[in-house]
Design a protein around this ligand. Structure first.
Ligand code: GAL
Length: 353
């Protein structure tokens, strides 16, 4: 019955039907836009986060650089299939192909536009550090005011994680493309999990797990931020800290790190120092409440001071899904101070206000 009515209407007035269809499509589009804005008003840790084009954000182990009013989020662009390297017998080596380093931009830290893979992997160059079979992890970018270059540091690995190199890339713009300069063992020793920190005086530091991850090194970079100066300190000796995230608050430096259990979560720890190359004092787990002992089933990657807001920090973590690495989730939580110590509490959802 319905079918025959539809047929009659169609035959009688095909223009009207087309018009209705157009109105319907437009209305659906407007509805979809308001929905994504509504969803983008809150930070919801642990669910899938979509970019402004509706694709899941693929920027793991990442960090954020704020530059001229825009936030740029750089992270590992993971390949979409996860496999375990059976020939690595000493630990559970779950891997996804290295897709390079992605970049997303945002003005409000909620709606993220995909800017592309700003340091792509090189599928045709089998001997390159950037071949998908290798490992590109924990990229971080800082801006050099003197050279006007954006400088990216990252962890470069062989598939079995035995290479332990730091890689460097530079670009004239935040959205790339970045030019890869190569990789090396800074100060002649391992470099695995890592971050970089640019201080207010313009000096920059590379913070990296070294000596088979047993000891965390902090090295002063040269004026271009592309190499080490040779000045470095050994910290948390034999305490096996990784996933370092550094920030500054009221003249002191804070370093959040994880223990060393591969993709599996463990307890975080915070340390404080008067200078980056100074003595670090361990002040305990910054996470509090339920699941604080497993860092809310996640691992630190970065702490972002929110621009223009005093004492407002976002602690960024990755909740790794080791058997489906691309589906690892982002856990961002507010970091506040209580009795002079950083405190991170779980929130099901929260806003920047
Ligand atoms: C973690 C590290 C990650 C990744 C992983 C590989 O300890 O923090 O970035 O390298 O090991 O298992």
């Amino acid at each position: 019955m319905l079918k025959s009515i539809r047929k009659e209407v169609l035959q009688a007035n095909p223009g009207l039907v087309k018009y209705c269809l157009l109105i319907f499509t437009l209305a659906s589009y407007i509805y979809a836009c308001t929905q994504s804005q509504k969803e983008g008003a809150e930070i919801i840790p642990g669910i899938i986060w979509y970019d402004t084009e509706g694709n899941p954000i693929n920027a793991h182990g990442g960090g954020i650089m704020y530059h001229e009013g825009t936030y740029y989020w750089y992270g590992e662009y993971k390949g979409d299939s996860t496999y375990r390297l059976e020939w690595v017998t000493t630990w559970e080596c779950w891997r996804a192909d290295a897709g390079g380093v992605s970049c997303y931009s945002s003005k409000d830290l909620l709606n993220w536009k995909f800017e592309g893979v700003v340091l792509p992997s090189t599928p045709h160059d089998t001997i390159s550090d950037l071949h998908p079979s290798q490992v590109i992890e924990r990229p971080k970018v800082i801006y050099n005011d003197k050279t006007k270059k954006f400088v990216m540091w990252m962890h470069i690995e062989s598939p079995d994680y035995e290479k332990a190199h730091a890689g460097v890339a530079i670009s004239d713009t935040p959205t790339g493309q970045f030019t890869y300069l190569g990789s090396f063992k800074p100060n002649g020793n391992d470099s695995r999990d890592q971050t970089v920190f640019k201080d207010d005086d313009g000096r920059a530091y590379h913070i990296y797990s070294s000596e088979w991850n047993k000891t965390l090194y902090i090295g002063l970079l040269n004026d271009e931020y592309t190499q080490h100066t040779g000045k470095y300190t050994r910290n948390f000796i034999n305490l096996s800290r990784e996933a370092p995230a550094v920030f500054r608050h009221e003249g002191k430096y804070y370093l959040i790190s994880s223990g060393c259990t591969g993709w599996d979560p463990n307890v975080a720890e915070c340390a404080v120092a008067d200078s980056l190359l100074g003595e670090w004092q361990i002040i305990g787990n910054p996470c509090v409440g339920k699941d604080a002992d497993s860092t809310f089933f996640a691992q630190s990657t970065f702490v972002l001071p929110v621009a223009g807001r005093k004492d407002t920090y976002i602690a960024m973590f990755d909740r790794w899904n080791k058997t489906n690495l691309i589906d690892s989730r982002y856990v961002w939580l507010p970091l506040t101070f209580k009795d002079g110590k950083p405190v991170i509490e779980w929130k099901d959802k929260w806003t920047l206000d």
